[in-house]
Design a protein around this ligand. Structure first.
Ligand code: GLY
Ligand code: MN
Length: 476
């Protein structure tokens, strides 16, 4: 019977070889649930192992509860494209709203069945699916995602789960600004409201900070499966960086550079940018999170291109700074080279056992010294005027991923991204004005030397200028 179910599922869903875990006999359920088009999603066994790792950390007789992300409204009756909460995704693989999971430390009786976890979620509903797309439904969640028990979210209020039966309750984030979907019982608004009533009764048993810390601890170290997806996101992002290097010319508008980058992302299979693409030229190169992209480029402009494809949940984050003309001016090259030197010092400090902040110290030490030599600052305390952000963040399911900000350890991935930004009007020689430079790479910590996962995008002045001489397939 196991064999038969396995074949039916794999045949009808086109996922042979991917969800190869054994499916217990009682889980024979209808197989026409949903078609999975991507063959390289995280596997059900990945999510199951992550839940297992969480259980190892949980206290005896405890439960951990996570809610799906809310749907966010853009305007009137149009919503933003849905994005799952990264913790919820990490532990379930479910990319749908209006859901809640309870992960039990030990098997727990729910409705006369003893289960490791229960998810409350949207049931299949052909009428709504015509509008919003196919859903897993409870049967799909069990068969495909391997969740032990899946129940329709409307049943949450009547399912007998008394949180008082547990010694410890861990609850993930509950959003306080969720829209109620009218006439829809069991939406996230209802799930959250009902959960809060339950949680209110066990205030003394809650240890939510520990859950936050464990999520950071687990997610900051990437498994092999996660690395495949993250490296794919980074590789797509490097391709976009290389293409913009070939295509860039002073006749372009910032939005055309953005269009090209995001074409490469989507054309390579990335679902979306992992954050709003930053393509700031000239004065906008000094705006850290510039997103409007309306300015025409000028031949003396630098373009800060800070971009990251998101592939199956994992986000790259790579920045290159390019001369619109194809050639850095003397002043641009001077600033570029000190940022590059600082970045290399930061990367070299990405060693197993070092403190998370060591790359920042290494990079700022170089920047302070060189900026003083150029006469742009007089003492190190002035550097903050021109370098006002951190050097590193973790990378993963979030672009600014969770982590403990403690020691650097094998299998963590962090960015190293120093910059110098000198807006017009700064108290220095005006020849430096409107020069903004950021260089960012994605670094894997290993027991040995750090690995630059984004080195496929040229980084030195010479390599950038050489690639900019090549023709792009996007130019006529
Ligand atoms: N890539 C944008 C940031 O790291 O803030
Ligand atoms: Mn970054």
């Amino acid at each position: 019977m196991i064999q038969k179910i396995f074949c039916v599922v794999c045949f009808s869903l086109g996922i042979a070889g991917h969800y190869g875990q054994e499916i217990p006999e009682q889980k024979e359920l209808k197989s026409d649930v949903i078609t999975i088009y991507d063959q390289d999603l995280l596997t059900a066994s990945f999510h199951s192992e992550r839940r297992q790792e969480l259980r190892k950390r949980m206290a005896p007789n405890s439960v951990a509860i996570f809610l799906a992300n809310p749907i966010r409204n853009r305007s009137n009756d149009i919503n933003f494209e849905y994005h799952q909460d990264p913790n919820f995704y990490y532990f379930t693989g479910l990319n749908e709203p209006h859901a809640l999971i309870m992960i039990f430390k030990s098997p727990t009786k729910i409705d006369d069945e003893v289960v490791d976890e229960v998810v409350f979620m949207q049931e299949k509903d052909p009428e709504t699916e015509v509008w919003d797309g196919k859903r897993y439904g409870t049967s799909g969640a069990q068969m495909i995602l391997g969740l032990d028990m899946a129940k329709e979210n409307q049943t949450f209020h009547k399912t007998k789960i008394d949180l008082n039966d547990f010694n410890v309750v861990y609850a993930g984030k509950i959003h306080k600004d969720i829209r109620d979907v009218p006439f829809k019982n069991g939406d996230l608004y209802d799930l959250s409201a009902k959960l809060m009533v339950k949680l209110d009764k066990v205030k003394g048993k809650q240890r939510n900070n520990e859950l936050t810390m464990w999520c950071a601890e687990l997610r900051e170290k990437k498994t092999k499966e996660e690395m495949v997806l993250l490296e794919k996101a980074i590789s797509i992002t490097c391709d976009a960086q290389k293409e913009i290097m070939r295509a860039l010319n002073p006749e372009m508008k910032e939005y055309q550079a953005e269009a090209l980058v995001e074409f490469v992302f989507k054309n390579s299979g990335a679902e979306y940018p992992g954050f709003p693409s930053i393509l700031g030229s000239g004065e906008n190169s000094c705006i850290l999170h510039y997103t409007s992209s309306r300015k025409p480029m000028m031949k003396n402009d630098l373009l800060v291109c800070d971009i990251g494809a998101e592939y199956h949940g994992y986000t790259a984050d790579v920045t290159r700074t390019l001369p619109a003309s194809g050639k850095f001016s003397y002043e641009q090259e001077t600033i570029y080279k000190i940022v590059l030197e600082a970045q290399q010092a930061g990367i070299d400090a990405c060693l197993d056992g070092n403190n998370f902040w060591d790359p920042n110290i290494a990079a700022t030490t170089v920047l302070s010294q060189r900026m003083k030599e150029l006469g742009i600052i007089k003492n190190s305390s002035e550097l903050r005027r021109y370098f006002m952000h951190g050097t590193s963040h973790y990378l993963g399911l979030d672009v600014h991923d969770v982590g403990r900000y403690g020691k650097l350890e094998d299998k963590q991935v962090i960015t190293v991204e120093p910059g110098i930004y000198i807006p017009a009007g700064s108290p220095c020689d005006r020849k430096w004005w409107n020069i903004g430079v950021r260089i960012e790479d994605d670094i894997l910590i290993t027991p040995g030397k750090p690995v630059n996962l984004s080195e496929c995008a040229p980084r030195t002045v010479e390599d950038i200028e050489a690639l900019m001489l090549e023709k792009s397939k996007f130019n006529n």
